[in-house]
Write a new protein. Structure first.
Length: 153
């Protein structure tokens, strides 16, 4: 392969023009490739798989509120389904919706929102369970008292 100046170039190489070449800091890692060991990923590049993102509010390892392992956040899915039957339809549906949001935020890697949705789910399930228990005791009381009064007479 010849260039317009008549010089022979090896196959696959481009002729060097004056003033051009690799940047002085070296070549950045291509998209999807991990950065070299000990160096952060270039701006706009995702962190390599299996490594936490560096920097940012609430990032793991910085002592911020909400720093920790994202897989330790509970979604309370079973409790939310049980609260659907125990405490009422409305609170149970909202608890299940919030539980699904926890899973969505965990998949997105959004630690802060996943933790907040988990706390909301826990609160909804707790309120639903307490109300369900109260109404169960109340219904038993309203059923047993008339039964005792009727059997006494």
């Amino acid at each position: 392969m010849t260039n317009p100046y008549g010089q022979q170039q090896p196959y696959g190489q481009q002729p060097q023009q004056p003033g051009y070449g690799p940047p002085s800091g070296g070549m950045p890692a291509p998209y999807g490739q991990p950065a070299p060991y000990g160096q952060p990923a270039p701006y706009g590049q995702p962190a390599p798989y299996g490594q936490p993102p560096t920097g940012g509010f609430g990032a793991p390892g910085y002592g911020m509120p909400g720093s920790g392992d994202i897989h330790q956040i509970k979604d309370y899915k079973g409790w939310a389904i049980a609260s659907l039957f125990l405490g009422g339809l409305i609170l149970g549906i909202f608890a299940i919706m919030k539980s699904n949001e926890v899973g969505t935020y965990k998949m997105q890697g959004n630690y802060m929102m996943a933790e907040q949705a988990s706390r909301t789910t826990k609160t909804l399930c707790l309120v639903s369970t307490i109300l369900g228990g109260f109404f169960c005791v109340l219904s038993l009381f309203l059923f047993i008292v008339p039964l005792l009064v009727y059997s006494a007479s």
